[in-house]
Design a protein around this ligand. Structure first.
Ligand SMILES: C[S@@+](CC[C@H](N)C(=O)[O-])C[C@H]1O[C@@H](n2cnc3c(N)ncnc32)[C@H](O)[C@@H]1O
Length: 485
């Protein structure tokens, strides 16, 4: 299961509105990288991720600190709050209540990710202290308390969203789905004044109409609310406060509360669109797969809107990718604002000060240099990364060794692509010996035209595109491969 990206809202921004002292830092056509200011004397701060800071603070607070959500999640919405939602009926003052909300201490979650990144996401989740981590198809299952899911929302760079599995079972038809959803204690999980929407994703399903299945789940949730509280939640298909996901395969259904809401790749920094941008989750995944670490120089010589550079700079400064946004879990009854504020404050404290990094970006198109600059500026990272306009076939390496991670143009024209890839292979060999290069491409002819021996080919999906990440260890004199027939 995977989620589609939605388009970010466009804002008109300009690079010229720089704070004092920044003006003129970024020239469009510097002849050499060395002309651009950089300072790598400081050690990469805070690259240990959230775990170290988090564990230290958890130790001080005692073992109950991260598990806080379960105990504190037992609040019910006041009758007044519930009454605001739909009609102010006096009925809301006397809802029929069950005794306690049913949020078990160990909850099952599923985090979808771009296909091919499951193993990396599993490693990332284990680093975040998730338990029972099990990679599956297009995502990873894990367990923990609710606070674990908040932490994953805040820190995961690879997950597309975090789903709380509230039910799973077998089904044959829509009535089975209705009965299953009707059995669940929805009003323990969210107040009736929250808006909902049901999304159905089917892998293989015997049902004729997924829309009808969606409708039946919506009816079941609303009917159950009516029976418990004599009120029902409203539907907001566009921006629900509580998104509910129904996942179907041949004979099993799974119901999830979507704890993220907007996909997690919406970090909140993409202000200027670029054609064919990489999904942020995939960009972060490429960096992990390459083995790049912030001590090593990194170059994306065909950066487009700069997604790879942005993700790299955020990793180098240990910036939690979810700090600039809100999440659907904030709308649930189990949400503990004190605990969440603590997690956010820990993330802020773990973040390194913005500083010049050995991260370089280049694009032949001046509009893309501008777009990448605007995106970096929106993330507060413009001064951390060195950008230039230039042709990947001509630019010199910015350092003696380092990593290239890039997403070359694809599908322009077959013959143009072939010539370009051959020239790219030559440029790599000529200007980047000593570097490791990682190119993601959906073009199966890419490695043939590059005429370099790839040391790894990692299958990945970029949305619907079946891709490979090709690894080239660029050692002078040993790379050239005979053209493939
Ligand atoms: C697929 S896009 C990269 C998208 C980028 N990864 C992102 O997330 O926005 C390919 C980029 O390569 C750039 N490009 C094409 N030919 C180039 C060349 N010879 N030198 C440098 N950049 C080039 C294009 O302008 C385009 O921005």
């Amino acid at each position: 299961m995977s989620s589609s990206e939605e388009k970010p809202a466009r804002k008109k921004l300009t690079l010229s509105a720089k704070p004092e002292g920044e003006k003129g830092d970024r020239k469009h056509k510097p002849a050499r990288w060395s002309q651009l200011q950089r300072d790598r004397s400081k050690p990469a701060a805070g690259t240990a991720g959230p775990a170290a800071a988090d564990k230290e603070k958890a130790k001080r607070r005692g073992p109950a600190s991260l598990a806080g959500a379960k105990g504190r999640g037992e609040k019910r919405p006041s009758a007044a709050a519930a009454g605001k939602a739909e009609n102010d009926s006096a009925k809301a003052a006397a809802p029929r209540r069950r005794s306690l909300p049913t949020v078990p201490s160990q909850v099952k979650f599923f985090a979808p990710c771009p296909r091919g990144l499951e193993a990396e996401l599993a490693r990332e989740l284990a680093e975040l202290d998730a338990t029972e981590v099990a990679p599956g198809a297009s995502g990873v299952e894990f367990s923990g308390d609710l606070a674990m899911a908040w932490k994953v929302n805040l820190w995961s760079r690879l997950a597309i969203r975090v789903l709380w599995q509230v039910d799973r079972g077998s089904y044959r038809d829509e009535d089975d789905l209705y009965r299953a959803a009707h059995r669940l204690p929805w009003s323990d999980w969210f107040a009736v004044d929250r808006t909902i929407a049901i999304r159905t994703v089917a892998h293989i399903s015997p049902l004729k109409s997924l829309n009808f299945a969606t409708l039946r789940i919506k009816d079941a949730v609303c009917d159950r609310f009516r029976e418990d509280l004599e009120l029902r939640p409203n539907v907001d298909a566009r921006a629900p406060q509580v998104p509910i996901l129904l996942y179907l395969d041949r004979d099993a259904y799974t119901l999830y509360l979507d704890l993220s809401g907007e996909p997690l790749n919406r970090r909140g920094y993409r202000v200027e669109p670029a054609p064919a941008p990489l999904n942020e989750n995939l960009a972060a995944g490429l960096l992990r797969l390459s083995g790049w670490t912030p001590e090593m120089p990194l170059l994306d010589p065909m950066m487009g809107g700069g997604t790879i550079l942005l993700e790299a700079a955020m990793i180098a400064l240990n910036m939690a990718p979810g700090l600039k946004r809100h999440f659907a879990f904030e709308n649930l009854i189990g949400f503990d604002k004190v605990e969440w504020t603590r997690l956010r404050k820990d993330a802020e404290a773990a973040q390194g000060e913005p500083r010049k990094l050995a991260i370089y970006g280049c694009d032949i198109d001046p509009n893309m240099v501008r777009a990448a600059g605007l995106n970096l500026k929106a993330a507060g990272l413009l001064d951390c990364v060195t950008l230039r306009e230039g042709n990947v076939l001509e630019i010199p390496a910015p350092d003696e060794t380092g990593f290239i991670v890039s997403n070359p143009p694809y599908g322009v024209r077959l013959d143009t692509d072939a010539t370009f890839y051959a020239d790219l292979g030559s440029a790599m060999k000529q200007h980047f010996s000593g570097w490791s290069a990682y190119f993601i491409s959906a073009d199966p002819e890419f490695p043939k035209h590059m005429r370099l021996a790839a040391s790894r080919r990692i299958p990945l999906h970029n949305g619907p595109l079946d891709c490979r990440l090709y690894e080239y260890k660029l050692v002078a004199g040993t790379m050239r491969k005979q053209p493939e027939q």
